[in-house]
Design a protein around this ligand. Structure first.
Ligand SMILES: *Cc1c(COP(=O)(O)O)cnc(C)c1O
Length: 412
């Protein structure tokens, strides 16, 4: 870690004061004797200038921790896009067609995160392509404005649905759902992460929607991997499918995907930026993010997911191996069933024997150099923690392992 940072710094120092064009020429030179640091940053390091703490992400794709890191290919495509003007609607048309081909749906839209996809999908169901209605939202006068949801599928993020002025109607069973359908029903909402907690499963939910001609929308924000999930819900028959762009897909953190029926995506787009008198004018997506999102999807489809999974497992094993010497410390690999379905490492210990609580470990990891951040909410007075390994950069698992071994071993 440190040697990479040092190398990077001296690389920058080397080119300080060299005119940019000459710097580029020199940087492009292939000189085997002087290895180039990989991807030396081109611009100012504003985060460092502002002295804002950066850290090894041992948590996962948490928005509050800035999500995931975009892949180099995504960043590069965004840089190139940043140098051109386009009509946003031309770009949206072209990207919709490309997303439809890639993800086997009728149409697609890059939105300002999954939350915006949820809001736009709902707005589409409320307004259709009626301009007067689009302008009226979130006043839903004269529109269907009820969204039916299983009680166990309520989630803070459904605020995005309520932004449109829609009301959430809670049901528990398919019988209750059918009874709740009336002339005001605009949409049926399904939260994929809560599948195991609800009594109505995907296929039945979609069937009920079709039977009563009510569009269905599914929130699958954090549900890739597995890669199959990028196709699965359109195939089951959901009319609208919403993904986060900046979680497992490693696209722009402020981007997301709305996939689905052509007529509904068209209506969603009328409710979206660049239209001024539209509810999602506040959720602008720039051309760089649109392009970056598309490239992230392409990269995700091309990835060797098995190899990536093995790499994540390897990280868990290496951290666990570093803690083998403590006989009260137990480690196990845990893969959440649906959202964030990737290997995590669970660690438990006897607080009396180790002399530290989880809260203290969290604090000391954060205060160390380099700083290491665990999931928001990790800690407490017990002896257990979960380490998310999938957002670590290569080699960082060794740093985390060493720090954990030191802290649990009673060292400084
Ligand atoms: C993260 C998340 C969202 C919001 O996604 P953004 O891309 O950050 O807008 C919505 N629903 C669920 C279940 C999520 O986990």
């Amino acid at each position: 870690m440190n040697s990479v940072r040092t190398a990077r710094r001296s690389f920058l120092k080397l080119f300080a004061g060299v005119p940019p064009a000459a710097g580029l020429l020199m940087a492009g030179r292939t000189d085997a004797a002087a290895p180039q640091p990989p991807q030396a940053p081109q611009g100012r390091d504003v985060i460092q200038e502002l002295r804002v703490r950066t850290f090894i992400n041992a948590a996962g794709t948490f928005t509050a921790l800035s999500g995931s890191l975009m892949l180099p290919e995504v960043r590069a495509a965004m840089q190139v896009a940043a140098r051109r003007f386009v009509r946003l609607e031309d770009l949206n048309d072209a990207v919709s067609t490309r997303l439809a081909e890639l993800l086997r749906c009728e149409a697609g839209l890059v939105t300002a995160g999954c939350a915006s996809a949820m809001m736009l999908g709902t707005a589409a169901c409320l307004t259709g392509t009626d301009t007067a209605r689009i302008r009226r939202l979130p006043d839903t006068t004269g529109m269907r404005n009820e969204v039916i949801v299983q009680r166990s599928h309520r989630v803070g993020y459904d605020h995005a649905i309520r932004n449109t002025g829609a009301r959430m109607i809670e049901v528990r069973t398919s019988q209750e759902l059918v009874k709740a359908i009336n002339g005001r029903t605009a949409m049926l909402f399904y939260l994929n992460a809560s599948t195991d907690r609800g009594s109505i499963r995907h296929e039945e939910f979609v069937r009920l929607g079709r039977q009563h001609k009510i569009p269905t929308l599914i929130d699958t924000a954090a549900d890739v991997p597995p890669v199959d999930n990028l196709f699965r819900f359109q195939k089951i028959g959901f009319d609208l499918v919403c993904f986060s762009g900046g979680k497992g897909l490693r696209g722009p953190q402020s981007a997301g995907l709305l996939l689905g029926r052509k007529d509904l995506i068209a209506a969603a787009r009328l409710n979206n930026c660049p239209n001024a008198d539209a509810i999602a004018r506040t959720n602008k997506v720039n051309k760089e993010e649109i392009v970056g999102m598309l490239v992230a999807v392409e990269m995700f489809l091309k990835r060797d997911h098995e190899a990536v999974w093995k790499d994540w497992q390897g990280r868990c094993h290496r951290i666990a191996a570093a803690l083998k010497g403590f006989d009260d410390v137990r480690t196990s690999m845990n893969v959440p069933a649906i959202a964030n379905h990737v290997p995590h490492l669970r660690i438990t210990w006897e607080v009396k024997r180790r002399g530290v609580t989880a809260g203290e470990v969290v604090r000391r990891l954060r205060d160390g150099k380099p700083s290491i951040e665990l999931a928001p909410g990790a800690g407490g007075s017990g002896g257990n923690l979960t380490i998310g390994v999938w957002m670590m950069e290569p080699g960082e698992d060794a740093v985390v392992a060493e720090r954990l071994r030191t802290i649990l071993g009673g060292g400084r």
